[in-house]
Design a protein around this ligand. Structure first.
Ligand code: ZN
Length: 140
């Protein structure tokens, strides 16, 4: 009886996480739909049939990268990636236009976003360059 090695069982399925080729940290997959909504000149992007990932390290210039380790850098993305920009006016919630400083000054904004998210009234997959919900990025 041999162990069912998870890597052999997963052949064909794209890995849910992959290491950023620049900073070496593991990041979660992002849909190509999200990438198309944020990349500059999406019509000239050479999309490969593979999984893509989002690097949120503020010190890393990579925004998206593929399983083949091709990268899309911040300079190639038309949306300012708030969690990478080191200033308080950077965007935190793209669905409702909330900056980091606004969220800090007014805790009711998080309540508003939480309620709207619960009601399904958000568009994170399209509007947030991470493709994910912004709530985890709000100040505690
Ligand atoms: Zn990176």
């Amino acid at each position: 009886m041999s162990d069912c090695c998870s890597s052999s069982c997963d052949i064909g399925a794209p890995a849910k996480r992959h290491r950023c080729p620049v900073n070496g940290q593991e990041y979660k997959a992002v849909s190509t739909t999200t990438i198309l909504h944020h990349i500059k000149e999406p019509w000239s992007w050479e999309e490969n049939q593979q999984a893509y990932y989002f690097c949120d390290d503020p010190n890393c210039e990579v925004v998206y990268f593929g399983q083949d380790n091709t990268t899309i850098k911040a300079s190639e993305v038309r949306t300012g990636v708030g969690i990478k920009e080191k200033n308080q006016n950077a965007m935190l919630c793209y669905c409702f236009g909330v900056s980091f400083s606004a969220a800090e000054e007014n805790p009711e904004i998080k309540q508003f976003v939480t309620e709207k998210t619960r009601g399904g009234i958000c568009a994170c997959e399209y509007r947030n360059p991470s493709g994910k919900c912004c709530l985890k990025d709000f100040p505690k």
